[in-house]
Design a protein around this ligand. Structure first.
Ligand code: ATP
Length: 234
């Protein structure tokens, strides 16, 4: 579904990604782990068209998307949930969801998509008139994820969905992600909570200093002594 080859991304003269290659297959959940500053967010932002790579290619469903503007990439079926959610705090739950379907194609499908989302997350239906700012941290993250689904994506990029949340809430957020995965969406997720995220994933990548250092199926990461020591804390 998504194929990234030899991606090099710079901020001015500073190189943030070095020859990064990665792929996500249809229906797969892939997690990228690594320390702060490894380039994980840069990778997601480059896929979603916020940054242009200096070299390398990004192919989505057989079409090159590197260099396309972000709104075109959303139209093609990739939605990003940025770290912290970036909701419109003074808008209601429903208004935030509406914002997610601003593109022509998804606007046409607005009513059935909203129905699907309310079925998946009934609490958003109950709270639809509530101002986003007054939701709990976990509910805000749920709303941010749900908003991304309003564009009817095929691939969802999740940047640190558990960031800033209390441990009890983190488990709930991972439950939402699990539900979305079960619905058949492909997910590429960056996450600090490596153990929980690995359990949810099919495959994983380890990034350090802007480079991919390891790629493998979930179990190969769970069994890797270095991953266990550095990222799982065992
Ligand atoms: P974190 O988990 O802390 O967000 P990360 O793995 O997502 O880390 P990135 O945010 O992608 O890492 O950052 C990769 C590198 O690029 C870091 O060295 C960071 O300082 C640098 N960087 C990120 N954004 C910018 C920017 N807008 N301008 C210049 N350098 C940046």
């Amino acid at each position: 579904m998504l194929e990234i080859k030899s991606l090099n991304v710079y901020y001015g003269e500073f190189q943030a990604l070095f020859e990064v290659s990665l792929r996500v297959l249809e229906g797969e959940t892939v997690i990228t782990v690594g320390p702060n500053g490894a380039g994980k967010s840069t990778l997601l932002k480059t896929i979603s068209g916020l940054f242009r790579p200096r070299s390398g290619t990004i192919t989505f469903l057989g079409k090159r998307i590197d260099g396309l503007p972000a709104h075109r990439i959303v139209e093609m079926g990739i939605a990003q949930v940025p770290e912290g959610g970036w909701l419109f705090p003074q808008l209601t739950v429903l208004e935030n969801l509406k914002v997610g379907s601003y593109l022509k194609g998804s606007r046409r499908e607005y009513a059935p998509t909203l129905k699907d989302i309310y079925r998946l997350f009934p609490i958003l239906d109950e709270r639809k008139k509530q101002v986003a700012d007054t939701l709990s941290g976990g509910e805000r993250q749920m709303l941010a994820i749900a908003r991304s689904l309003m564009s009817r994506p095929k691939l969802i990029l999740l940047d640190e969905p558990s960031s800033g949340l209390a441990p009890r809430v983190v488990s709930r957020v991972f439950e939402f992600v699990k539900q979305i995965k079960a619905t058949g969406y492909a997910i590429l997720m960056v996450e600090q909570n490596v153990r929980k995220a690995l359990h949810l994933s099919d495959r994983a990548y380890l990034m350090e200093s802007g480079r991919v250092h390891k790629e493998g199926v979930r179990q190969s990461f769970l069994d890797d002594p270095y991953i266990k020591k550095a990222y799982i804390g065992l």
